[in-house]
Ligand binder design. Structure first.
Ligand code: PMP
Length: 376
């Protein structure tokens, strides 16, 4: 069996994405900046993909800027906002469970004299919009808050928080890392009240190395790279046409089925929860009302890495905490009250709508065997 349950780390590119990338490399390989026919064709392909991404976020093409992925989108959003607005106001408010591409960027700004307030969940493990609101003040120029946490699937109250903050502080720029929500929950920039919004291709069945940043019309950020002024000067560098086309193709395929796929994956998740409830010592760390795509569990005190490799030996691929952090201990689980042995034995199972009952049963059987067989 080959059972891939690490879709929050990355997804398999879909056929439509692969063939779009291939045709952009074999037939439509021009540079969009070139003034001749080949350039124009490439530009048209980029524009088509941009329109698909824009439609999927409920916005216009003019507000979508392609990047190399969400790490760059997050850097561009935060550093770009700091460069444009950080002279007069020096404070940023964020959630305490952001992905490293946000959190490390904030830490870098802190060492440059910015003040960063990280809002934590309360004792019940939940975030409250009031806590973000009371952390904001006249000194604050940016509020950044992910939509779905990549380690637990927890859904943060982004819409409520951004609306409350905008009402009291209309000048604060709101940014949301929507990587784990995009194509899984409806993500509309305007209904979230987001000024800036980051998405990534490889989490939605496009290849790695492509992402986008939504920038609301009229919101000013400065570029972090200088160069040929592509993407209206916001992101210099020749457009990655094959990956942009693949991203567009993947989103075009997924966009109309967000609800249908969420239903499917919810059924698979219920099966998973019911199967693992029968295995002694396994606890569920994800909230019941979290994203149905991510289930974080603690495997009876068995060290995550050991279990991960045991499961790998059985053909099952999961993650220990967050694959993006390259094996480093996750502080994010601690923020959610998952500490000690529970954190050391945490496994993240992340599914797609194509994950089958057979795969889940095979995983649960392998997990049960692993807990019995592996030491420590
Ligand atoms: N934010 C979140 C929530 C993520 O899960 C990831 C990917 N692990 C990223 C940002 C970074 O995305 P990319 O790999 O496209 O740089």
């Amino acid at each position: 069996m080959f059972v891939y349950l690490d879709n929050a780390a990355t997804t398999k590119p879909c056929e439509a994405a692969v063939s779009a990338a291939i045709s952009a490399m074999t037939e439509n390989f021009g540079n969009p900046s070139s003034l001749h026919r080949c350039g124009l064709d490439a530009q048209l392909a980029v524009d088509r993909a941009r329109k698909i991404i824009a439609d999927s976020l409920g916005t216009d093409s003019g507000n979508i800027f392609f990047t190399s992925g969400a790490t760059e989108s997050n850097n561009l959003a935060i550093r770009g906002a700091a460069a444009a607005h950080g002279k007069k106001r020096r404070k940023i408010v964020a959630s305490s469970v952001e992905h490293a591409s946000v959190d490390e960027t904030l830490s870098a700004l802190e060492t440059n004299g910015f003040e960063v307030v990280r809002v934590s969940p309360r004792a019940d493990g939940r975030f409250y919009s009031e806590d973000f609101l009371s952390a904001c003040d006249e000194q604050t120029f940016l509020l950044t808050m992910m939509y779905v946490n990549n380690e637990t699937g927890y859904i943060l109250p982004v819409r409520e928080t951004f609306s409350a903050v905008k009402r009291r502080f209309p000048d604060i720029i709101t940014h949301s890392d929507c990587v784990q929500a995009y194509m899984k929950l409806p993500v509309r920039a305007s209904s979230l009240n987001a000024d800036l919004l980051s998405v990534s291709g490889h989490k939605v069945h496009a290849p790695k190395g492509i992402g986008a940043l939504y920038i609301k019309k009229g919101v000013r950020i400065l570029p972090i790279m200088t160069g040929g002024k592509q993407e209206k000067g916001i992101r210099s560098g020749t457009e990655n046409v094959p990956m942009i086309c693949a991203f567009g193709a993947a989103v075009e395929k997924l966009h109309s089925s967000i609800g249908e796929r969420a239903e499917k994956v919810s059924a698979v998740r219920s099966l998973l929860l019911s199967e693992i409830s029968q295995i002694g010592g396994v606890t569920v760390n994800s909230p019941e009302d979290g994203s149905p795509y991510i289930v974080n569990i603690s495997a009876a005190g068995k060290r995550s890495e050991i279990m991960l490799h045991y499961l790998e030996g059985r053909g099952v691929y999961v993650s220990s905490g967050s694959a993006c952090s390259k094996g480093q201990q996750s502080g994010v689980l601690g923020q959610f009250g998952i500490i000690g042995k529970a954190a050391d034995s945490a496994l993240r199972i992340s599914m797609t709508a194509e994950t089958t009952a057979e795969e889940i049963n095979y995983f649960a059987g392998s997990l049960k065997d692993g807990i019995e067989k592996v030491r420590g």
